[in-house]
Design a protein around this ligand. Structure first.
Ligand SMILES: Nc1nc2c(c(=O)[nH]1)N[C@H]1C(S)=C(S)[C@@H](COP(=O)(O)OP(=O)(O)OC[C@H]3O[C@@H](n4cnc5c(=O)[nH]c(N)nc54)[C@H](O)[C@@H]3O)O[C@H]1N2
Ligand SMILES: Nc1nc2c(c(=O)[nH]1)N[C@H]1C(S)=C(S)[C@@H](COP(=O)(O)OP(=O)(O)OC[C@H]3O[C@@H](n4cnc5c(=O)[nH]c(N)nc54)[C@H](O)[C@@H]3O)O[C@H]1N2
Ligand code: SF4
Ligand SMILES: [Mo]
Length: 760
């Protein structure tokens, strides 16, 4: 029973709606995680697998990038981690017979949910030009075919090598090495759509594009501000850390247009109190900000801090920062009317927040996509940095910046050199170690890669994981762009939309997942990952691979490199494939902080990467100090009658992987095509709860982008703001609507109108 996929396309989107919940996890969370897992894996495999998640001798949870505490429970996972594991460790299989039964024209009509439910990919598959079906292909033939297409290019820059954030450090290091030996920096990644704005803002102001806090800092903080993040769904074990922080006396301010269940009240499934009693209330002050109002909020808080005698940490500002005067002049000019318009908040609420800020000696700000996916995301995050610098809240215990990363190794992939704009020092180190001249010109990020495909400048698209066409903005544009490629290649564990919208020729290369044993010539291997707090540790899968023909990601890269680069490469690809320890030895020589990598990571628990601002209040910026910045306040201007739409995640999905059709905490069941809007905004438009409407995006290019047939849900969101799930709403996000500097799609501020329709 466990291994049988649903037949047909089970998406009958018929949403049922009840009031949103006010607490997260507890017993229902445990029950849901076990049910989800057993449906895919059966009872025995569920028990065996889940006990290895996040254990020191086990594998890293393929869910999110939240770190593991040093002291671990026997069951060190959350509901959504269990779903991520079950999705990968499923017993269902996609075999060549499946592709015989389902021609590409059929697959292209299927939902992402249905595709994912079919199970694990088992063999390399090839779709030839004009062919109706994918056919099995031998690994060597597949590599030879890719080599042939790459060698036929006019320039290496006509190829793009995408990475999603599940790829291990070892695979990522090899992959960027191969791309650069081949001759291009075209290494876009999911980070371009995710925390790129954080990276841009933090690198400029603090000198390093990563968070500056460890778990212990959260436990020691007086005040934690959680802005633009929904941890109850997307980083569930962060709630455990927040609960502990509160027990130690911390207070929490939540800044969000939506009241999210997890931030209201948390029932820790690992404690008796959490399971049986009411749980812990987490949020002390809820600031229900308008979408995109955060910069204005932090700006006015900065003004108020400046106006309070003794509130500024003068010594820190003098010793460690640059640009204070210019910043202070702009902050002092913050205007209350504009602040209230931009934020939608009451002045009294902001003043309450100020009291909590002034009462705190150690403050941390955590954030995720609510801050990073706006046009003005980079200045918004810089304003958060200004806020922390003012009171010396960087580089001491219990204080700092905490961008909470998404994919489990997205931060590690960047550390390993997956970046289209690599630092010259990194390229110098590669050159010295491997004896070739890496390309120096910047490569393409996600949005630029789509444009280059659209315009015929890129002809080969290669993806190490992910689901590029579904995750990217402007679905119609992106899909048309992908269809122009000569060859598209996906290294994947599961079937998804990107396998059905292809170039003239397409390959699917199936790979091992985190949970599986990885045996190479040199014996059983482990890989390493870096979490959101810069902790590096080992991950070792134990399950029998989903199929005997699967190759690991490192093996795929090594074999591809040998086929493509041939004799001209002096890199020992075969040796790397046989023993990943050799890869770690090279990482140790190329990337600072990884000295003696292989030996150190074998020690239980791993190690923390150095972080100059956190460890020694040293700021490796252009000025050698932490930089205050000054920028005009921006916020989205919404024309009369329109709403601002954010595209976000339900509780039952992992990005484009849909686990199910429920969003339990928000009271949505059995459907994903819902749009949450404030009852007053709905009434003004004559939209009853349960009415149906098309969402129509309005952008300056005048092109109509429409997502049809959404059920209207009256929901307590901030006024003027709407919310609907991604990836269904990616058709609405214009390719050119991106954040300044970081070029991240502005998928949390899409101007829309609603057109009522008959129910579908
Ligand atoms: N189960 C599960 N876990 C995941 C993922 C998943 O899909 N499923 N995805 C992973 C990935 S890759 C990522 S990046 C993270 C994403 O983690 P999140 O950033 O939590 O994900 P979103 O669902 O996009 O939620 C955005 C949150 O920000 C709020 N928000 C939106 N716009 C604004 C704004 O302008 N201001 C403020 N203050 N708040 C705003 C929304 O109301 C929502 O609560 O989660 C990771 N973990
Ligand atoms: N509108 C809108 N768009 C968004 C966002 C948003 O909030 N709103 N969020 C953005 C964000 S934050 C992100 S991170 C991106 C996500 O973009 P991606 O990372 O490209 O997308 P995923 O859905 O995470 O990729 C899922 C696929 O990865 C493959 N996979 C899973 N595990 C493995 C593995 O171990 N190895 C390999 N090789 N493949 C594997 C499976 O085939 C699966 O189908 O989407 C972005 N797009
Ligand atoms: S919090 Fe994230 S990493 Fe931890 S178990 Fe849950 S999904 Fe996995
Ligand atoms: Mo992400």
């Amino acid at each position: 029973m466990a291994a049988k996929p649903p037949t047909g396309d089970p998406v009958q989107d018929a949403p049922e709606v009840s009031p949103p919940q006010q607490s997260a996890a507890g017993l229902p969370g445990v029950a849901h995680s076990l049910l989800a897992a057993q449906r895919q894996m059966g009872v025995r495999r569920t028990a065996l697998t889940l006990l290895k998640v996040n254990q020191k001798d086990g594998f890293d949870c393929p869910g999110c990038a939240w770190p593991e505490p040093d002291k671990r429970h026997a069951a060190e996972f959350c509901e959504n981690g269990a779903k991520a594991v079950a999705e990968e460790a499923t017993l269902r299989r996609v075999t060549p017979d499946f592709f015989t039964a389902h021609p590409i024209a059929d697959l292209a009509t299927r939902s992402g949910y249905w595709l994912g439910q079919q199970g694990r990919l088992t063999q390399p598959m090839f779709l030839d030009e004009g062919a109706e079906r994918y056919e099995p292909i031998a690994w060597d033939r597949a590599f030879a075919l890719i080599a042939e297409e790459l060698q036929a290019l006019g320039s290496p820059d006509e190829a793009v090598f995408y990475t999603s954030g599940r790829t291990s450090n070892e695979a990522a290091f090899l992959y960027q090495l191969f791309a650069r030996e081949f001759g291009t920096n075209n290494l876009p990644d999911c980070s371009n759509m995710c925390h790129e704005s954080s990276g841009s803002a933090l690198t400029e102001t603090l000198g390093i594009g990563k968070g500056s806090v460890l778990l212990d800092d959260l436990y020691q903080a007086d005040l934690i501000i959680v802005a633009g993040q929904n941890p109850g769904t997307n980083h569930p074990r962060m709630l455990t850390a927040l609960e502990k922080a509160k027990a130690n006396g911390a207070r929490i301010i939540t800044v969000n247009p939506l009241p999210e269940a997890g931030m209201e009240r948390f029932k820790n499934p690992q404690t008796a109190r959490g399971l049986t009693r009411g749980g812990t209330p987490l949020t002390d002050l809820f600031l229900q900000v308008r979408l995109g109002g955060d910069q204005a909020l932090f700006r006015v808080l900065n003004r108020l801090i400046l106006e309070n005698d003794g509130a500024v940490d003068e010594e820190f500002v003098r010793e460690h920062t640059h640009g204070f005067e210019e910043f202070a002049a702009t902050a002092r000019a913050a205007d209350w009317d504009e602040t209230l318009r931009a934020t939608g908040l009451a002045r009294a609420d902001i003043e309450r927040a100020l009291e909590m800020v002034l009462a705190s000696r150690r403050t941390i700000v955590c954030w995720a996509m609510g801050l990073t996916q706006h046009k003005h995301s980079v200045p918004t995050i810089r304003e958060v940095v200004n806020f922390l610098l003012l009171r010396g809240n960087v580089g001491r215990p219990g204080a700092g910046v905490c961008p909470v990363r998404g994919h489990s190794n997205v931060q590690g992939d960047r550390t390993m050199g997956i970046f289209e704009r690599p630092a010259p020092e990194f390229l110098d180190a590669l050159e010295k170690e491997f004896g070739f001249a890496p390309p120096r010109a910047h490569g393409l990020d996600v949005v630029r890669a789509i444009r280059a495909l659209r315009d015929g400048h890129v002809k080969v698209f290669f993806a190490m994981g992910g689901n590029f066409v579904a995750a990217s903005p402007d679905t119609d544009v992106t899909e048309a762009a992908m269809r122009r490629a000569r060859l598209t290649v996906h290294v994947s564990t599961k079937l998804n939309r990107s396998h059905t919208v292809t170039g003239a020729r397409a390959l699917i290369l199936p790979t091992l997942g985190r949970t599986e044993r990885d045996t190479q010539a040199g014996g059983d291997q482990f890989v390493t990952v870096e979490d959101s707090m810069g902790m590096v540790h080992a991950s070792r899968g134990r399950l029998e691979p989903a199929h005997a023909e699967l190759l690991s990601e490192p093996a795929i890269v090594c074999r591809l490199a040998r086929h493509v680069l041939g004799e001209q490469s002096r890199t020992p690809w075969e040796e790397f494939e046989g023993d990943y320890g050799h890869v770690r030895d090279r990482i140790a020589r190329v990337i600072p902080g990884f000295e003696d990598f292989d030996a150190r990571v074998r020690k239980s628990g791993g190690f923390a990467l150095p972080h100059a601002p956190r460890d020694e209040r040293r700021f490796p910026t252009a000025t050698g100090k932490a930089n205050f910045t000054a920028a005009p306040v921006e916020y989205p201007k919404v024309p009369e009658g329109r709403l601002l739409l954010q595209t976000l995640r339900s509780h039952d999905q992992y990005n484009t992987t849909i686990y199910g059709l429920d969003d339990r905490y928000r009271g949505i069941k059995n459907g994903r095509r819902v749009v949450l809007i404030h009852p007053e905004d709905a009434r003004e438009r004559g939209l009853a709860d349960g009415a149906y409407a098309d969402l129509v995006s309005e952008w300056r290019d005048g092109i109509e982008r429409r997502a049809p047939g959404f059920r209207v849900v009256h929901y307590p969101t901030a006024r003027g703001c709407a919310a609907a799930y991604y990836p269904e709403t990616n058709v609405l996000v214009p390719l050119d609507a991106t954040a300044d500097t970081s070029n991240t799609p502005a998928s949390k501020s899409v101007v829309i109108r609603l057109e009522q329709t008959a129910p579908v």
